[in-house]
Design a protein around this ligand. Structure first.
Ligand code: ADP
Ligand code: MG
Length: 616
């Protein structure tokens, strides 16, 4: 029989390797920045266009490449960084696989310019889809500039798979942070579509963190310092009171390389035990230095995972170092046997100053109540919530002023969805009764048996459809604020908000200014209460970070989801009979009552037949 095994042509092998190395524009950013660092650059400039889809360029002042090396750098497994397998255990560089440039050149248009210090002229190479288009001598400063254009130009499926610019930019900023945080002794600048996003002068760790995350970060940092035989720990944790509801800033570096480790993350979380309310995450920037022989970073192609020889010791050391710092800075409660503990103020009271009384929204208020003036709530709450909930319906005013009343009277009007469940029987034939279970579920009778709905998810669905309707029908309806709202965000968040600006305006936000670390808002969508804006924007940013699985990312949709999530009645809240009924009825007036905005089941049914079977 004829031989059937063939070696893949190089360009095909390269494309396959590229799939591992280059998932998205941010992977290119990571590889190029790391190469610049390995080349001992002290100034690195990152330039991107269209979130890296059109251009990623890195310019460094490092050692450059010779004519031969410049050409060789695009060959697979061509690296100057290791020579033997043993070198893998002595790694002091970021790269070592010699795959990145070959992979990138296989799926993009790449231009390289490079010159070594003592050469008069440098080399320029243009390579497209692994094919060298030209190689010339050029006049260029010392160092290397690599431009990667039209990523995935020859793999349309991959190109189409890329997410919106907001999401891709977010990934790029993440990579940039990771590299810039690890190397405060290198000056970095970052330009997106011609405007500068970051300009980071050299400094120490603290200065770098503050330069990236904003001046307010400085007061949040508690230093962590520990030197033992096996490892050195430096860096900061953030004071517990600044912990975030979303994952927050969690950075681990091992020998200047960003790594992810659930195990070590756990060590830190456990050091915060008792200091954080549940649902909050600590922020930290920790730099570990260990002997390269005791770690293996070769286990993952993108190299963010690492294997330690002695994880348990590391865990214990890290945990105790963080605990120690929190205690030293008077953040953890102190044990003092001489003192009457009753006289101690809780640790987080130390810094609290008396505030002016503020009006709060009564979260327990329920919009489905038909009689608003039942007189049971305090006046402050009543007026506040009334305006809020009123505003919820403003967008739907086209239906007439007593829309709310009308809404409350929608009894199974949306026939398609309700008929199947409730049957066509007139209401006279059966009486709908509801019952609330554990302040969480509403049980309701239906013709065929019963239905149990999850109050939180159901209300999210109702609000979500309302919000979407408001935003799409009465596009951009906004309420002018008496005083502009000024919110502080980190530079990164600001960049994301800038990306989403148009969509947010579409939804009714009016921005007077977005700059440095401040967002100034003049108007809000009619249905957003002013005090929830910050939360809503934070959720939105974190949803962009997490890319919200199953969504095709529309800012309007995300916004509606975020708002529904923040404003829906939560589990644990008791509802009156008429409120329960209203919830059930409103849910079935929705277009998609079966699932929450995040595609989770909102209700289940059980027929009398099924019940009968259980009683056999
Ligand atoms: P690796 O970094 O794993 O060695 P790469 O494909 O990223 O593999 O790079 C191949 C080689 O090209 C490197 O080993 C290095 O010698 C050279 N190189 C890449 N980028 C630069 C740069 N910015 N400055 C100097 N040399 C570089
Ligand atoms: Mg490399």
């Amino acid at each position: 029989m004829a031989d059937i095994i063939q070696l893949l042509p190089d360009h095909v092998a390269n494309q396959i390797a590229a799939g591992e190395v280059v998932q998205r524009p941010s992977s290119v950013v990571k590889e190029l920045l790391e190469n610049a660092i390995d080349a001992e650059a002290t100034i690195i400039k990152l330039i991107i266009k269209d979130a890296g889809k059109t251009l990623v360029q890195v310019i460094d002042n490092g050692k450059g490449m010779s004519t031969t090396d410049a050409r060789l750098s695009f060959e697979r497994h061509a690296t100057s960084k290791i020579r033997t397998a043993d070198d893998l255990f002595q790694l002091h560089t970021k790269g070592f696989r010699g795959e990145a440039l070959a992979s990138i050149a296989a799926i993009a248009h790449v231009e390289l310019k490079t010159k070594q210090e003592h050469d008069d002229v440098g080399n320029a190479i243009i390579i497209e889809g692994s094919t060298i288009v030209s190689q010339d001598v050029v006049v260029t400063p010392k160092g290397t500039s690599i431009s990667v254009k039209n990523l995935f130009f020859n793999i349309p499926a991959r190109r189409n798979f890329l997410k919106s610019n907001a999401v891709e930019l977010r990934h790029i900023i993440d990579e940039f942070h990771r590299v810039a945080l690890a190397h405060p002794n290198i000056s970095f600048s970052f330009y997106n579509n011609g405007s500068d996003v970051f300009n980071l002068p050299t400094g120490n760790y603290r200065q770098r963190i503050v330069a990236i995350f904003g001046s307010k970060t400085n007061e949040k940092l508690v230093p962590v310092e520990e030197t033992t035989e096996v490892l050195k720990i430096a860096g900061f944790v953030c004071k517990p009171e600044f912990s975030k509801k979303t994952r927050g800033e969690q950075y681990f570096f091992v020998n200047d390389r960003f790594i992810k480790s659930g195990y070590l993350n756990h060590a830190i979380s456990s050091a915060f035990d008792g200091l954080l309310k549940s649902g909050l995450y600590p922020s930290y920037f920790l730099y570990l230095t260990v002997n390269p022989q005791t770690i293996d970073i070769n286990i993952h192609p993108t190299k963010t995972e690492i294997k330690f020889d002695d994880e348990h010791t590391l865990y214990a050391l890290l945990r105790s170092a963080v605990k120690h710092s929190l205690g030293q800075f008077n953040i953890a409660p102190v044990l003092d046997f001489e003192r009457d503990p009753n006289l101690d103020t809780p640790y987080d009271y130390n810094k609290i100053e008396a505030n002016n009384p503020v009006i709060e929204v009564d979260r327990s208020f329920n919009p489905f109540k038909e009689t608003y003036n039942s007189g049971k709530q305090t006046t402050a709450f009543k007026t506040q919530t009334l305006t809020n909930w009123d505003s919820l319906y403003v967008g739907l005013e086209s239906k007439g002023n007593d829309f709310r009343k009308e809404f409350s009277e929608v009894h199974f009007e949306s026939e398609e969805s309700t008929e199947s469940i409730f049957g066509t029987t007139s209401q006279a034939e059966y009486v709908q009764t509801t019952y609330q279970l554990h302040n969480k579920y509403i049980v309701s009778t239906i013709k065929s048996g019963m239905l149990i709905l999850d109050q939180y998810r159901a209300h999210q669905r109702i609000l979500y459809e309302d919000f979407l309707k408001c935003m799409t029908i009465k596009e951009g309806m906004s309420q002018q604020l008496l005083f502009p709202l000024e919110l502080h965000f980190s530079t990164t968040d600001i960049e994301i908000i800038k990306q989403l600006k148009q969509d947010l305006e579409h939804a009714g936000f009016v921005f007077s200014n977005i700059h440095n670390e401040i967002v100034e808002i003049m108007g809000l969508p009619v249905n957003i209460p002013e005090q929830d804006v910050r939360n809503i924007l934070e959720y939105l940013i974190s949803d962009v970070e997490n890319e919200v699985p199953n969504s095709n990312f529309s800012a309007t949709d995300l916004l509606a989801k975020s708002m529904a999530k923040s404003l829906a009645i939560k589990r644990g809240q008791s509802l009156k009979k008429d409120e329960q009924e209203h919830l059930v009825n409103s849910l079935f007036a929705c277009k998609e009552p079966n699932v929450s905005p995040n595609n989770k089941v909102t209700f289940i049914t059980m027929s009398v037949d099924e019940l009968d079977k259980k009683f056999i």
